[in-house]
Write a protein that binds this ligand. Structure first.
Ligand SMILES: *Cc1c(COP(=O)(O)O)cnc(C)c1O
Length: 443
């Protein structure tokens, strides 16, 4: 019954709306009295349309950290931690020893200090917020020199020049797009300079005749002039990824070691946690950041903190990280394992697809996504679906992809030419895929 599903209040409201529309339309000449069934169907479709929710999807796009699909999936320990603190009061900002007010950053800071070697740490809503907060704390109304090769845009809305303006500081462009030297930075420093900044070029690479200034040299130059030096790592990682056969990405530990006073990075990119912006650095710098009133406006919720703490704890035992952290598990999954999974899965997929489509296991490339390691693609295996016996294979595939988006657990792949590719790197059990294919066939 509609009332069971949507509640009496909403059903009554939608029926009233439906009837009043029918009454209004009855004045028109071509009006036909709707049947009871039609009125009921109309009411149901209005109620369903007005029932918004976030759905889980099967991400078989081949982009592992897909920003539009919510980036990192959290490990079970983090889900448990979120559930615990979300449904109950907690000691979020309460010191159980003294009975006085506590600092909500403290457990997280403790972990980040141990993992990164930094003196202090704090956290805000996302990395864009972290960058804004740092700039606003140290450079309000002042100049910040940045290399012309590092004026990054991430996903359309984070652009370094615009973030700098909105943070209240002036960007001073230094060097050329392909080459920036230490002497360029030195020449740019004036009594208006507040800090030096380096931005990791997360989503592009400048190749050929290039030169950029290493973090340790920029840090040394900044300190020579008594200025703080910040580096925005973007993704950042807390482990050396090459041990998993992945392309190297700068680690937070390296940035700290190079002498950076402030390092910013995302919680939900390679780190594999919830959306958050982490800031580590010297005790002095972090103390100033925490005193900025904007910190309060950008602070994270208890659910985020609980998830982040649970994820960071996994990094204390790096030897078992890959088993427990979904992001790393996906990234490190071997091509051979994916192929083996695909070989076993293929016959069932073919059977569920029915007569109109063919499926084959093909070699493909996965992307890490979220601007991390953009150039490097991971070899993978995908199920390639193509249309059979039609003169319009592209339309048939587009229509299949559309229908796969409209089922209860939508299945998202990527279309290349006239094939729909379902990347198997991020699939571990066949049930949801097969159920989805069956649903599409039945409908
Ligand atoms: C991703 C990224 C950001 C923004 O981080 P969010 O967590 O998405 O807000 C900022 N700087 C760089 C270099 C990035 O790669």
């Amino acid at each position: 019954m509609l009332v069971d599903e949507f509640g009496r209040t909403r059903v009554a409201r939608v029926i009233a709306e439906t009837l009043s529309t029918a009454r209004r339309d009855s004045a028109t000449t071509d009006f036909k009295l709707p049947s009871e069934d039609e009125l009921l169907a109309n009411t149901r479709s209005l109620l369903s349309a007005a029932n918004p929710s976030l759905k889980t999807v099967l991400n078989l796009t081949g982009t592992i950290l897909h920003t539009n699909l919510g980036r990192a999936s959290l490990p079970q320990v983090a889900l448990d931690a979120v559930q615990r603190v979300a449904g109950s009061p907690s000691n979020l900002e309460f010191d159980l020893e003294t009975g006085k007010r506590g600092d909500r950053d403290q457990p997280l800071e403790h972990l980040l200090k141990e993992i990164t070697g930094a003196e202090a740490a704090t956290v805000v809503n996302n990395n864009a917020a972290a960058v804004m907060l740092v700039l606003n704390t140290f450079a309000l109304g002042q100049d910040v020199p940045v290399s012309r090769g590092e004026l990054v845009e991430i996903g359309g809305s984070f652009r370094v020049p615009e973030i700098m303006t909105r943070s209240g500081c002036r960007l001073v462009e230094v060097g050329a797009t392909n080459r920036t030297r230490l002497s360029d930075f030195k020449a740019a420093i004036t009594d208006q300079t507040a800090m030096l900044m380096k931005v990791h070029t997360s989503n592009y690479q400048i190749q050929g005749f290039t030169e950029s200034v290493a973090e340790k040299d920029l840090a040394a130059l900044a300190h020579e002039f008594d200025l703080p030096f910040m580096t925005d790592l973007g993704s950042g990682t807390l482990v050396n990824l090459s041990q998993y056969g992945l392309p190297p990405e700068p680690t937070v530990q390296e940035a700290v070691e190079s002498g950076a006073d402030i390092v910013t990075f995302s919680g939900d990119k390679l780190l594999g946690g919830p959306q958050a912006g982490l800031i580590v650095g010297t005790a002095k710098a972090i103390a100033l950041i925490k005193q900025n009133p904007m910190k309060r406006a950008l602070r994270v919720d208890k659910m985020t903190l609980a998830a982040l703490i649970a994820v960071l704890k996994l990094y204390l035992t790096p030897e078992t990280l890959v088993e427990h952290l979904p992001t790393l598990r996906d990234l490190a999954r071997s091509e051979a394992e994916i192929k083996q999974f695909g070989d076993t899965l293929l016959p069932a997929v073919t059977a569920h697809l029915g007569q109109d489509f063919d499926a084959a296991l093909v070699n493909a490339k996965s992307q890490i996504g979220s601007g991390a390691l953009p150039i490097d693609l991971l070899p993978t295996w995908a199920i390639a679906i193509s249309a059979r016996g039609t003169t319009h294979p592209n339309e048939a595939i587009m229509s299949l992809a559309t229908r796969l988006r409209q089922i209860d657990t939508p299945i998202l792949g990527r279309i290349t030419g006239s094939r729909l590719l379902l990347d198997l790197r991020t699939l571990y059990s066949p049930e949801r895929l097969l159920a989805g294919l069956k649903a599409v066939n039945a409908g």
